[in-house]
Ligand binder design. Sequence first.
Ligand code: NAD
Ligand code: TDX
Length: 341
Amino acid sequence: MQKTVIVTGGAGFIGSNFVYYMLEKHPDYKIVCVDCLTYAGNLSTLKEALKNPNFRFEKLNICDREKIKSLFSEVKPDIVVNFAAESHVDRSIKNPEIFIDTNVKGTQSLMDVCRELNIPRFHQVSTDEVYGDLPLDRPDLFFTEETSIHASSPYSASKASADLLVLAYRRTFDFPATISRCSNNYGPYHFPEKLIPLMIINALNDKPLPVYGDGKNVRDWLYVEDHCKAIDLIIHDDRLGEVYNVGGHNEMSNLDIVKLIVKKLDKSEDLITFVEDRKGHDRRYAIDPTKIKEKLGWFPETKFADGIEKTINWYLNNKQWWEEIISGEYRNYYKKMHGEA
Ligand code: NAD
Ligand code: TDX
């Protein structure tokens, strides 16, 4: 059956991958992207989607309740998937306020509009960071959906707050929502301030590779297409009020990731530079995805060895995309973080 899906934050990394995934998987669906194009959103990312008659882009801030209401009234979506967020932990440490505005108030505003218009389904894209971190010396521990919320950074606190609001709207107003909490994604269109694209691009440019602290922090990496598949399954399932953990069972230390990228690009490990640690730096994330596997049959299909190969090749073949980005506002950010552009 033909459906209309509103994708907020669809000009960012995961949202744009989701737009492409949905246009291909459901060629009869209408996909409407709502994005205000912050530093992290790029229309060039949606260049191919914009050629598709089933795709529409609206430059709008999710906090602008009136304009969102007017668009949603016109479009009458069957499903709203909320990716829109400030997503970078380091930026949240420098300037927390915008994280509260977009991630908390923006989510609330979207839900209010959906309630007013009786939109039948809302999905909140959340993160494993809401659970805080796990110790490195307890590899037997994983985050389950029952793990208590224990956020460490202003970013994760804002995402946790949004999750609590979604669950409260579910209970109080019978709001038709679901939540997914995913581990670290990697793949095409990943903004170059995040670990994997930053290391690929700096290595290609023979620039220092800044590893925070001792580099032993562990993340659980998932190829972005597998995340998109998980969300597609969740929004097409009738169970409401569910929270699903989504993860790749693919834990790696930051240093191992950086060394792998250096090796693949045939560069020298001398580029690796240990820098001051991130404040409040989470040690380890590890997802137990048993629930989504058992209830929806989801599993991470892309092996890390294949995913990282595809990702590196994508950055090699799409230089124009990231060269445009690193020549803009990004330079100011990089200068503030690392002292040189
Ligand atoms: P991103 O920073 O690449 O993209 C965010 C997008 O949201 C951008 O296009 C930006 O312009 C847009 N946006 C920001 N504020 C907005 C606003 N007020 N109104 C409208 N649009 C706005 O982020 P991402 O990495 O693609 O993450 C997408 C979602 O997935 C976020 O909610 C994030 O918390 C979550 N998540 C990300 C990861 C990851 O590894 N990147 C993992 C788990 C969950
Ligand atoms: O230059 C760097 N050097 C470094 O050592 C950068 C940018 C990062 N790191 C470390 C910090 C983290 O331990 O690498 C790890 C990954 O860092 P990020 O790419 O900034 O991701 P992270 O903080 O783990 O958060 C990501 O995953 C969860 C996303 O940005 C979030 O939006 C998502 O919720």
